[in-house]
Design a protein around this ligand. Structure first.
Ligand code: PMP
Length: 359
């Protein structure tokens, strides 16, 4: 018998911890406001619930592996050919599929940092090499990112708006950047928060990818469409990218209930986008109030705000938790706070107003 104490795992697993989702906290008085995961504060619409119920009645059968009806609905809604669309278990699932398609030991994957926490985790798992380029003034530094591209760079993430800072990349800067990316390097425009963008200078990835075969646009049903619990995201890209991604897909990756709910959400889009409009109004109110309280708040085009608190991050997050407000702390850096329903935002603003050290 060997001396080994148990199964051996890939050494890469020693280099990172499992993904930590946003927490839910409950105050001593029972109040709980979850502002830690950038979710929609609104429950599903009745028409979506009906579609969920109908699909649930058939779950003894596997879902449509090709998600044909969902892909056709996405194709019709966004005016893109169906063969340009691939779906996955959340946009994070599509990201994993893309990394499966390009990640190998020599490949470099480039992204701004800090950005979405799933990037380093998924890149590490793919076996590729991480190249992180620091944010500048809380936003992507696309010049530095272009400078960091080598002949081994196979994938670049551009998170627009960026999670967790809410900052954006504008059209001219993005086009100039894309002109510097070699044709054999894929660029993912991660537009998980696209529906919340109101700055006209922020390009819609769907108009960018059309002329660029190495650009893939990622969208999700988890945020504006309010289906985070069902895990559906999609990619729009040229057919050779979509085909490569489909090859890496886990069979039946988007479940039947999720497919039905996503289709129903596209049909009910008008109502859902009204909810987005309310969130955008709340965002303006939260940013305005925080600034009036003396906080420095970077401009945000997403459904969250970013407070750079440095060493005070954990104190601030604990102050929020004590009042039942869960936020997303990045110790030593700052706190990301989702925009929720008005009473949730009020609860957060009350804590922010009382916190002694502003910055
Ligand atoms: N991209 C970004 C930038 C995100 O913030 C998130 C969710 N936090 C995702 C992708 C993943 O979304 P989902 O997998 O739920 O579609």
């Amino acid at each position: 018998m060997s001396e080994a104490s148990g199964p051996r795992f890939r050494s890469v697993l020693d280099r990172f911890a499992a993904y930590k989702p946003g927490r839910t906290v409950v105050a001593p008085d029972g109040r709980s406001f979850k502002l830690s995961s950038n979710e929609s504060p609104y429950g599903p619409l009745p028409s979506v619930l009906t579609a969920i119920g109908e699909a649930a009645g058939r779950v003894n059968r596997y879902p449509d592996n090709n998600a044909t009806a969902l892909i056709e609905a996405i194709s019709a809604r966004f005016g893109v050919p169906a063969e340009h669309v691939a779906v996955g278990c959340g946009s994070v699932g599509v990201t994993q599929m893309l990394l499966e398609a390009v990640g190998e030991p020599d490949a470099e994957v480039l992204y701004a940092w800090r950005s979405f926490e799933a990037y380093p985790l998924l890149v590490a798992l793919s076996g590729a090499v991480q190249v992180q380029v620091p944010l500048r003034d809380e936003a992507h530094d696309l010049t530095a990112m272009a400078d960091a591209i080598t002949e081994r760079t196979r994938l670049v993430f551009v998170c627009n708006p960026n999670n967790p800072t809410g900052t954006v990349v504008r059209r001219a800067a993005l086009e100039a950047f894309l002109d510097r990316v070699p044709a054999d390097c894929l660029v993912i425009l991660d537009e998980a928060y696209r529906e919340y963008v109101r700055d006209d200078e922020v390009p819609d990835g769907l108009s960018v990818y059309a002329d660029r075969p190495n650009v893939a646009v990622l969208r999700t049903f988890s945020k504006a469409y309010g289906l985070a619990g069902l895990r559906t995201g999609f990619m729009v890209a040229h057919p050779q990218v979509a085909e490569a991604v489909r090859k890496t897909m886990l069979p039946f990756t988007v479940n039947a209930v999720a497919q039905a709910a996503a289709i129903a959400s596209l049909s009910a889009e008008g109502e859902l986008l009204e909810r987005v409009e309310s969130t955008v109004k709340e965002r303006e109110r939260v940013v305005h109030t925080l600034r009036a309280q003396g906080w420095t708040v970077p401009p945000t085009e997403a459904n969250f705000v970013w407070l750079r608190l440095g060493e005070r991050t954990v104190d601030f997050s604990e102050a929020c938790n004590a009042h039942g407000v869960s936020v997303r702390p990045f110790p030593g850096e700052g706190v990301r706070v989702s925009i929720g329903a008005p009473e949730e935002n009020d609860a957060f603003l009350t804590v922010a107003a009382a916190f002694p050290h502003r910055g």
